[in-house]
Write a protein that binds this ligand. Structure first.
Ligand code: NAD
Ligand code: UDP
Ligand code: UDP
Length: 336
């Protein structure tokens, strides 16, 4: 018998008799913070063709300007709540506002993006046989009653609060992923991303790291929301992108936590940013918003064991890497 295994069949529309086709990858939300760093990394591989679909709600073309016009790159203005017809092998589905002030701005749209948007991307994955990765969130754990959070924890989420459009939206998105997997055999990957930071964060998106760095650069007081003892764990964006690609390329569906287990109180974060960027600024205590989780720290045992992944960049080293980008965009060069 000649038992040579045939090579994997590319999607019929992309069949080529002579060449291994490139890997064609759709990144929804690719004009955003994490998405644009992911695109940079994917474009480094000459076998990858990258298509970004983004409606520019919180992202910007500027984040992708170095790729516009590149033969392996395509940018589409598209809202994922509408159907999308493209032929791709992989889908990184990131499209969704991620910061509380943006997702609360139009909560109904946030729900639609999470539910209808994810349904459309799954319908697309089903039609073309693509593998699809969802960027879910640590917010699916809500205000967690176990600490640190591992993937088996079901969460403590308010279904009717002002954050629910995001956390419950992502929970439904995860459910859709697993139902398409079970019912239609779609290849899925689910990442639960914990707070991520780095260059290109939206300056005005209200998230704590971008707020504090912009405030320090502008010489304004750092606004610690009361009580200041609430904790978060911050992952530098290059580590996050590395984790997402490992998850996509690996064999595990997840959900898998991706985040940096280094845990800090918001007061500690303010003090660190003050020390690193502007020792002259004040730290002020301001009112908090409802349903603010009191503590959050990923258990990344699964990511370590199944993906061989753990973050490399410590908070103290990552924060200065953002400073230059924020100074450039704010027009405030370092004076000393
Ligand atoms: P971001 O706001 O910078 O990027 C989101 C992108 O999605 C933007 O470019 C935006 O324009 C686009 N978008 C929003 N709604 C859309 C729609 N209906 N159709 C098409 N495009 C749409 O946020 P980010 O921090 O890069 O987050 C990316 C993903 O990672 C999101 O799914 C978010 O939920 C998830 N995540 C991020 C963090 C974090 O700390 N940054 C934490 C957990 C999860
Ligand atoms: N869809 C899409 N692109 C495709 C295929 C489907 O956007 O290439 C959308 C489609 O419009 C539908 C959703 O994905 O709203 C779910 O598709 P599926 O085929 O799973 O369900 P059905 O169309 O039968 O409701
Ligand atoms: N926070 C703060 N000052 C700010 C913005 C946020 O102290 O200017 C706090 C907020 O109360 C929360 C933490 O920082 O406890 C993280 O908030 P963020 O909106 O960045 O992310 P998420 O709540 O989604 O983790």
């Amino acid at each position: 018998h000649s038992a040579a295994k045939p090579p994997p069949t590319p999607s019929p529309l992309r069949f080529s008799k002579f060449f291994q086709p490139n890997m064609r990858i759709l990144v929804t939300g690719g004009a955003g913070f994490i998405g644009s760093h992911l695109v940079d990394k994917l474009m480094e591989n000459e076998k990858n063709e990258v298509i970004v679909a983004d409606n520019y709600f919180t992202g910007t073309k500027d984040n992708l300007k170095k790729w516009i016009g590149h033969p392996r790159f395509e940018l589409i203005r598209h809202d994922v709540t509408e159907p999308l017809l493209v032929e791709v092998d992989q889908i990184y589905h990131l499209a969704c506002p991620a910061s509380p002030i943006f997702y609360k701005y139009n909560p109904v749209k946030t729900i639609k993006t999470n539910v209808i948007g994810t349904l459309n991307m799954l319908g697309l994955a089903k039609r073309v046989g693509a593998r699809i990765l969802l960027t879910s969130t640590s917010e699916v754990y809500g205000d967690p009653l176990v600490h640190p959070q591992d993937e088996s924890y079901w969460g403590n989420v308010n279904p009717i609060g002002v954050r629910s459009c995001y956390d419950e939206g992502k929970r439904v998105a995860e459910t859709l992923m697993f139902d398409y997997h079970r019912q239609h055999g779609i290849e899925i990957r689910v990442a639960r991303i914990f707070n991520t930071y780095g260059p290109r964060m939206n300056i005005d998106d209200g998230r704590v790291v971008s707020n504090f760095i912009a405030q320090a650069v502008r010489g304004e007081p750092l606004t610690v929301q009361a009580p200041g003892t609430q904790t978060r764990s911050f992952c530098y964006v290059s580590d996050m992108v590395d984790g997402l690609i490992r998850l996509m390329e690996g064999v595990h569906t997840g959900p898998i936590n991706l985040g940096n287990p280094g845990e800090f109180t918001m007061m500690e974060l303010a003090e660190t940013i003050k020390e690193l960027i502007n020792p002259n600024v004040a730290i002020s205590s301001v009112e908090n918003t409802p349903d603010d989780p009191r503590q959050r720290k990923p258990d990344i045992t699964k990511a370590k064991e199944l993906l061989g992944w753990e973050p490399k960049i410590k908070l103290h080293d990552g924060l200065p890497l953002m400073e230059g980008d924020f100074r450039t965009r704010l027009g405030k060069p370092r004076t000393n």
